[in-house]
Design a binder for this molecule. Structure first.
Ligand SMILES: Cc1cc2nc3c(=O)[nH]c(=O)nc-3n(C[C@H](O)[C@H](O)[C@H](O)COP(=O)(O)OP(=O)(O)OC[C@H]3O[C@@H](n4cnc5c(N)ncnc54)[C@H](O)[C@@H]3O)c2cc1C
Ligand code: SF4
Length: 329
């Protein structure tokens, strides 16, 4: 690993100023992704600004009945929090399904949102990769792409976003709060991650040098009946090959409200708004769930090695929504 400087930030404006003063610096959360990437030379910061001591480690109910989660809250603390478990169970389940206990004790909410893709070409500096080195090419399209994107990808990059937490946050209309040199700001999760297009190296709409300060979850009764289901190649300690966050409200056999998001299928957590539209007001039946999945997946563009994800996600939609429908019946 290259030599680098280290500084601990003690307040939010100080953290933003420290990063602003050094374009080659990076914020350090738990370090579970950034430090790994530094070891392999993918990330080469001159200085780390440690944000773990910032007063951003609280989880509180908001005045309107939602939840505010600080950026330095650890994944373990979020998954264990009673309000998160009661009102947003799919979020707690998603967080618990990620990594290992030791990693979750270190990993922070802000760092989880900004973790980088696990595409093997991205993490191998000996190979070209448009995300790491714009314009160099995308070997995954002709090469190993078993776990790559089927939705919203481009000819420039087919990598998927690895965060489980982000999938539940997408289903629940989370808003990311940040502090930048121009003051505080907010980005709904739907606008936080940029479409991949021709610029896979530009991943979020955060202003340059901005510090994520927290996440706000709006109040929503439907989220109390929710579930996160993750399919992976090992029972634990593995990234998703497909996942779903779902919430459902049914009245008199008809869908009153539904939330659906998919993981490991796109460069960002994929909110399935097309499927939600098809389902809302219609019957809460397995046939309707399958038709809604088909509507969402009609735009899927699979590569030779990852077409299995279309069937996988369709089956997840039917299975999880059927379970939730039985729960609310
Ligand atoms: C073996 C292993 C298995 C894993 N399995 C899973 C899994 O199954 N599912 C899953 O979702 N994740 C998984 N992870 C990833 C893990 O969840 C992430 O590494 C972790 O969430 C990153 O959080 P962190 O605080 O350690 O971030 P860091 O590594 O500290 O930082 C990540 C990025 O975020 C930036 N950053 C950090 N905090 C802020 C902030 N407040 N504002 C702005 N920028 C910030 C950093 O500069 C860096 O660019 C796994 C990781 C490992 C090592
Ligand atoms: S899929 Fe994206 S991250 Fe992977 S090699 Fe291609 S450009 Fe790089």
């Amino acid at each position: 690993m290259r030599e680098f400087g280290y500084q601990r930030a003690l307040d939010v404006p100080g953290a933003v100023a420290l990063l602003g003063a050094d374009p080659d610096a990076r914020f350090l959360g738990g370090g579970t992704n950034l430090v790994d990437l530094m070891k392999t030379g993918v990330e080469r910061p001159a200085r780390l600004i440690d944000v773990r001591e910032l007063p951003l480690d609280g989880i509180e109910a908001t005045r309107d009945g939602g939840l505010s989660i600080g950026a330095t809250v650890t994944n373990s603390d979020l998954a264990a929090h009673p309000e998160a478990r009661r009102h947003y169970p799919a979020l707690a389940q998603a967080v618990l399904s990620g990594a290992s206990g030791q990693l979750r004790n270190m990993a922070t909410v802000g760092g989880n949102l900004l973790q980088r893709t696990r595409c093997g070409y991205f993490t191998d500096v000996a190979r070209p990769c448009n995300k790491r080195s714009p314009g160099s090419g995308c070997p995954a399209i002709e090469g190993e792409h078993h776990n790559h994107a089927i939705l919203g990808a481009s000819e420039h990059c087919v990598a998927v976003h690895p965060s489980d937490m982000g999938v539940a946050l997408a289903a629940f209309d989370a808003v990311v709060r940040y502090e930048s040199a121009d003051g505080p700001g907010e980005l709904p999760l739907a606008e936080f991650y940029l479409p991949v297009g021709g610029t896979p190296h530009l991943e979020t709409a955060l202003p340059p040098g901005a510090l994520i300060t927290g996440i706000t979850l709006p109040p929503s009764p439907v989220t109390a009946v929710s579930r996160y289901r993750k399919v992976r190649q090992r029972a634990s300690h593995a990234f998703a090959i497909g996942s779903i966050a779902a919430a459902l409200d049914v009245q008199d056999g008809r869908v009153r409200e539904v939330r659906l998001a998919f993981g490991a299928v796109a460069s960002r957590p994929w909110r399935a708004r097309g499927a939600e539209r098809v389902l809302t007001g219609g019957p809460a039946s397995a046939e309707a769930f399958a038709a809604a999945a088909d509507a969402e997946l009609a735009g899927a563009e699979a590569l030779p090695g990852n077409g299995y994800k279309v069937t996988l996600i369709r089956n997840l939609v039917v299975a999880v929504l059927t379970e939730l429908a039985e729960e609310v019946a």
